[in-house]
Design a protein around this ligand. Structure first.
Ligand code: ADP
Ligand code: MG
Length: 458
């Protein structure tokens, strides 16, 4: 029971405190119980519990309540082993590691700690492939095979929560399985910088350099982080060159293309551009639904009593289009509710329990914008889109505009009807349903709609 609550809470905490903070501070914790309004959290060290207590106590209490536990405060138990899988080292923090001010545990990090732990769930097997990520996935597979390096570096980029970190961990797992004696080093650019500053401070810079240069595969996540940080960039550049010259594989991720990272040195940009650059596109409805279905199935193998009502996953895939992490967080919360309340998750339950997430996914787009964009996209006149013509070449775009108006604005059906030449709300409903149906059958149309949505959101 505690485990389930904690799993759901963790999914949300990762969202609210960010993945770096989450991995370093929250992940090593375990929820041991809840008594008298206090959540008992086990922490491997006092350093972690103090830090968490100072920085994240409020978030944790809020999230625990949101996932259904009644908690007013936290109580830490130090010295308890965390889950065996949580091996996060509390060494890097999200704080700017300006020398001297970063929080450092007193023990020096051992060699094996140089990289960040890999999440065992981030495998190729757990990665759902769809149009938006098929190229990135294929490239990742290819690199994981090892062998003669086809493209070096592999540069993966895309928006938040689209699976960059997942793919990198998957490469590392797979490559390590094929080459058990190889040294694979995965870390975030932030950790790279932190280690670098630490090595400078402790005069171990030669060790630092040596360790990086001895790896067979180096993976640096979120490299945009070192933009503008000159001495770190300098060191990164040398490490990078040394490895590439030895024919070692490098995999890098960023939230945008190299050319668009401001404050990144030109020579680094041009070296990054020598390899293969692939981007992860925003998710489509099919991909989101596929991910939801596979996660639900996985959960159900361990909790066969889980009941999710018809249309709930489809509803989530429609309404939560920002990123996969948010989607997963929503699903985790539903699972927690299902097991706490021991009842089926219907559409109503889902809407109520996810009200806050759904609200932030409501975009501020007007019906006018939608009509204009759709008319432009299908090359028809705005007057025809709104007017009475029934020809298919205007009727279908009209239905798409109705569908987008329903999905992307908070207008009611009668209101939308008025904006479409005074049509009845049942006509709008019919149009919306029709498009929902078409989306599931016609991937070309679904992609078209995804493109329209992206343009409207931009
Ligand atoms: P990024 O590093 O691009 O911000 P992550 O790799 O951290 O994103 O992905 C966020 C979450 O979404 C992770 O839990 C990841 O497992 C999940 N995820 C993203 N894309 C997929 C996918 N295609 N299939 C399964 N899970 C995915
Ligand atoms: Mg990431």
């Amino acid at each position: 029971m505690m485990d389930r609550i904690w799993v759901a809470a963790c999914a949300e905490l990762e969202q609210s405190v960010g993945p770096n903070n989450y991995n370093h501070w929250i992940k090593p914790l375990r929820l041991a119980g809840i008594e008298d309004g206090a959540a008992r959290l086990q922490s491997p060290t006092r350093f972690i519990s103090d830090w968490v207590n100072r920085h994240f106590a409020k978030d944790i209490v809020a999230v625990l309540n949101r996932v259904g536990a009644e908690v007013e405060r936290l109580r830490f138990e130090v010295g308890q082993a965390a889950r065996p899988s949580a091996q996060a080292a509390p060494a890097a923090s999200a704080a700017e590691p300006a020398a001297g001010s970063a929080p450092v545990p007193t023990t020096r990090a051992p060699r094996a700690d140089l990289g960040a732990p890999l999440d065992p769930r981030y495998t190729f097997a757990n990665f759902i492939v769809g149009k938006p990520n098929e190229l990135a996935h294929a490239a990742a597979r290819r690199v994981a095979e090892g062998g003669p390096v086809g493209f070096n570096p592999l540069f993966l980029y895309g928006g938040v929560g689209l699976g960059k970190t997942h793919l990198m961990h998957a490469i590392a797992h797979d490559y390590q399985t094929r080459h058990p004696s190889a040294q694979v080093l995965y870390l975030s650019a932030e950790q790279f910088m932190y280690r670098f500053v630490q090595a400078l401070r402790e005069s171990t810079i030669m060790d630092f350099k040596g360790m990086f240069r001895n790896v067979n595969m180096l993976m640096v996540d979120d490299v945009q982080f070192i933009a503008g940080k000159d001495s770190t960039q300098e060191e990164f550049f040398h490490t990078f060159n040394a490895l590439v010259d030895q024919g070692k594989q490098i995999v890098i991720s960023a939230d945008r293309a190299p050319a668009e990272i401001k404050g990144l040195e030109e020579r680094i940009k041009s070296r990054l551009s020598c390899g293969l650059i692939v981007d992860l596109h925003p998710t489509t409805y099919e991909l989101r639904l596929g991910i939801l279905q596979s996660k639900t199935e996985a959960f159900r193998t361990q909790h066969p009593d889980l009941e999710i009502g018809a249309g709930v996953l489809e509803f989530l895939a429609h309404r939560i289009s920002t990123n996969v992490r948010v989607l997963e967080g929503a699903l985790q919360r539903l699972f927690a509710h299902a097991s706490l309340l021991r009842r089926e998750i219907t559409l109503e339950v889902a809407q109520e329990c996810l009200a806050d997430i759904l609200r932030t996914n409501d975009r501020k787009v007007s019906i006018d914008d939608i009509q204009r964009k759709v008319a432009e996209h299908y090359n028809i006149r705005l007057a025809d889109l709104i007017g009475p013509k029934r020809a298919r070449n205007v009727a279908r775009p009209r239905q798409i505009a109705m569908y987008l108006s329903k999905q992307m604005t908070s207008r009611s059906l009668p209101e939308i009807g008025r904006r479409f030449g005074g049509r009845d709300h049942t006509t709008i409903m019919h149009g919306v349903r029709k498009v929902e149906e078409l989306i599931t059958e016609d991937s070309g149309l679904a992609e078209d709609i995804a493109v329209l949505k992206r343009m409207l959101e931009a």
